[in-house]
Design a protein around this ligand. Structure first.
Ligand code: ZN
Ligand code: ZN
Length: 766
């Protein structure tokens, strides 16, 4: 039965099939002209257009989605141009017939039969008006209808309609003539836009033109007669005034727009920018730079990340994009600059994760020579010994460089490379210990991304600019515990760089680190809390320094303003105390686990199974006389009249520094001078020079005298001083030479047990 039916129709089926095949071949051989290039649009996260760019043929050709256009405008256009648009297949047979009859009767070409689809074809490819071309256009129109839905055709139409000059499409026209998105057009404005494309070169809206309004009102009346739209609406439209003008397209966040335009290829780029926050940040940065202008600071940059999805919600690459004097078009967020001290928290966090550092541990802050490199502290004073947290909050340089040397420069560079610091990766073979003080290049973008890992339990997640950018988990670079500790240290209220808080009503809690580059060319402040990570850079794009360009003075106030304004709704929820982080008792002078000799105890963070359990060895018992004037060893200890005191026995470096700087510290008294064992433990024996010899020195000859001392085998180092000024470090028995320039030399040798000997020598110059 079925077979017979098939046989019966097989002939017809073959014909139909061949016809379809022919159409497919024709469609391949003569494809529809390509759609035109659209203006690239950059949108805020709420869909507001931030900016748009001219196409390569210099047109404003913005592509509206149908839902972005006022329904009144769509309705007016369809009613005016092609009432049966949704019903025909591209060609309206009734109007074709009507036009053909008219043409025959009048002997001229009348173009009344054009549907919207046919107009689209004509907008895509221009042809001379001939009958043959008319037929080609009809074929093309059918092709168009087969390829696109009615909605798509309408959208192409709305984006190609000419509005005079280089303005194409209703979206471009809406922004340029009415300064608003096409969904907000009034009925009068919508109707006005439907008549311009009929004669875009004379019906212009950028200068006063009576005939435009006349034509608008004619169309309004026609709609009134045909009962299209409500009567009240139409009479309002009739009376609506119109201002002839031409506006520019929006130009919000120009630095961000240029940045994402180059980053993404789409016509419409939906960014993660929060328009309100962007505008607030721009205003705060602009005002802040204005206030600092006379202090030699002409620019700044701000980037704000929302931590929960790692998206950029504000991006200000310069204070004023249009200011050429300050090179406002330079993007301060991607510019490579010296980070000053901003990398220090990462080094502290790394050491915390290694177990070698807790906040209360002591770090040396004394002048140190790192094979010729002698860093200074910012305030050019040294503090002797400080806790790690004090060193970090006050951004002391020596403790940071010592820490970097101890924990390994290579390892830190590798860490920074893996943490997305691309500039550092490029320079890695040229970097030295000064890296931790800013002797390298970073961008504000990289730095802020890295700081956001502190707010994300140690996960480094790439910054998202586009709302469609993938959300990744990122990589783990710190433990949650170390992040918490760094957050606590850097948010401490005892910070001295804190701004006058009475000025801020809604300031949330946040942690921050400042940075000032060498020569005061860059001022940084990067802050984070659970909600946001904010990066601020201040400086000049020509690289000029200013005495006011310090992180604390120039960048911190803006960071405070930004947190105050962006996060004011915050109920100040801080990070949760992570599991495995607890406080333990430590010796308050070393931050190490207390021994029985430690008397001052304090509490310090410790990470379970990570922080080392080193016991304090600073405090050692020493036998002394009751009046504490004589020290005894076990050999000379009397049977009574002695006591056991605890003394801190500092590292030799620190002992020397404290002696040099006349620090008073608790030192054990001299060893009992009648002790027989004393000579083996009395300290260095200076063998050269000697007091009982007169040295003859030829003037200006550079002639040297030898310094040499011996010690018992427990001594590992000698420290030489000339007239109480540090000169050199040697091993016991190792010679060192000194060229004296004047008489009266006091030469001191100090051993690493803190014992010293001095000789005063006679020199004779000839
Ligand atoms: Zn102790
Ligand atoms: Zn003794």
């Amino acid at each position: 039965m079925h077979f017979e039916l098939l046989k019966k129709y097989s002939g017809t089926a073959k014909i139909v099939l061949s016809f379809v095949l022919l159409l497919v071949v024709l469609d391949i051989l003569f494809p529809l002209p390509p759609l035109k290039e659209y203006s690239k649009e950059i949108l805020a996260s709420d869909g507001t257009i931030l900016t748009s760019y001219l196409t390569s043929d210099d047109k404003w050709r913005l592509k509206p989605n149908l839902d972005e256009v006022s329904p009144d405008l769509v309705k007016a256009l369809i009613k005016k141009e092609d009432n049966w648009f949704y019903w025909h297949f591209g060609v309206n047979p009734v109007s074709v017939l009507r036009a053909a009859i008219k043409n025959l009767a009048n002997g001229e070409t009348v173009s009344g039969a054009s549907t919207i689809s046919m107009q689209v074809i004509r907008l895509l490819e221009q042809r001379e008006r001939t009958y043959l071309n008319k037929i080609i256009e009809i074929v093309r129109t059918v092709q168009l209808e087969l390829k696109y839905s009615k909605k798509e055709i309408l959208e192409i139409y709305l984006s190609l309609l000419p509005f005079g000059g280089n303005i194409e499409g209703v979206k471009s026209a809406s922004y340029i003539y009415f300064n608003k998105p096409p969904e907000k057009l009034s009925l009068a404005q919508s109707i006005l836009l439907t008549i311009i494309p009929n004669d875009p070169n004379s019906l212009r809206l950028d200068k006063p033109n009576e005939s435009v309004l006349k034509k608008r009102n004619q169309l309004i009346k026609r709609f009134e007669q045909k009962n299209i739209f409500l009567k009240d609406q139409l009479s309002d439209a009739l009376n609506e005034p119109f201002v002839f003008q031409r506006n520019g397209l929006p130009n919000i966040a120009p630095q961000l727009c240029r940045f994402v335009r180059d980053k993404y290829s789409e016509d419409k780029i939906n960014t993660t920018i929060d328009l309100d926050i962007q505008i607030q940040a721009e205003r705060l940065l602009f005002n802040h730079v204005n206030r600092n202008w006379l202090r030699g600071i002409s620019n700044g940059a701000v980037i704000i990340l929302e931590n929960k999805n790692n998206s950029v919600i504000a991006y200000c690459g310069s204070a004023n994009y249009n200011d050429e004097i300050s090179s406002g078009q330079v993007n301060g967020i991607t510019a490579v600059r010296s980070p000053g001290s901003t990398l220090k928290p990462f080094l502290y966090a790394l050491n915390s994760d290694k177990g070698t550092l807790t906040p209360k541990m002591q770090l040396l802050d004394i002048p140190t020579d790192f094979s010729g490199y002698q860093p200074e502290n910012y305030e050019q004073v040294f503090k002797g010994e400080v806790t790690a947290e004090f060193a970090l909050v006050n951004s002391l340089n020596i403790p940071a460089v010592r820490l970097l040397e101890k924990s390994g420069l290579e390892e830190f560079i590798t860490f920074l490379e893996q943490a997305g610091m691309n500039q550092i990766q490029n320079q890695k073979n040229k970097l030295g210990l000064s890296l931790i003080l800013g002797g390298c290049g970073v961008t504000l973008e990289e730095l802020t991304q890295l700081f956001s890992s502190f707010a994300k339990k140690g996960m480094l997640v790439p910054i998202r600019y586009g709302s469609e950018d993938e959300m990744t988990d990122g990589i783990k670079i710190f433990s949650e515990q170390s992040c918490y500790i760094i957050g606590e240290i850097l948010s401490g209220v005892e910070r001295k760089d804190i701004v006058d808080l009475t000025y801020y009503s809604k300031l949330p809690k946040f942690a921050w680190k400042t940075g000032t580059s060498y020569g005061k060319r860059d001022a940084w402040a990067i802050g984070f809390n659970p909600n946001y990570t904010i990066g601020v850079w201040m400086g000049n794009f020509d690289g000029k320094g200013s005495p006011f360009l310090s992180g604390t003075e120039a960048a911190v106030p803006l960071l405070f303003d930004l947190f105050n304004s962006v996060d004011y709704k915050s109920d100040s929820k801080w990070f949760d105390l992570p599991e495995g982080l607890a406080k333990r008792k430590v010796c308050s002078e070393t931050g190490l686990l207390p021994s029985a000799n430690c008397t001052n105890i304090t509490l310090d963070y410790s990470i379970k199974d990570v922080s080392r359990n080193t016991v304090c060895k600073l405090h050692q018992p020493v036998y002394v006389s009751v009046d504490e004037s004589v020290q005894y060893c076990t050999d000379c200890l009397p049977e009574k009249d002695y006591k056991r005191n605890i003394y801190p026995l500092y590292e030799p470096d620190l002992t020397i520094w404290m002696m040099q700087n006349k620090y008073s510290f608790n030192k054990p008294p001299e060893h009992y001078d009648k002790c027989q064992a004393k000579y083996t433990s009395i300290g260095p024996d200076i063998l050269s020079p000697t007091e009982d010899y007169e040295y003859l020195i030829e003037k200006n000859s550079g002639q040297e005298i030898m310094l040499l001392a011996a010690s018992d085998s427990r001594v590992k180092a000698h420290y030489w001083f000339i007239n109480d000024k540090y000169f050199s470090k040697t091993k016991p028995g190792e010679k060192v030479f000194y060229a004296p320039e004047k008489n009266n030399l006091k030469i001191t040798c100090l051993d690493d047990k803190g014992r010293d000997k001095s000789v005063s020598i006679n020199l004779k110059f000839y």
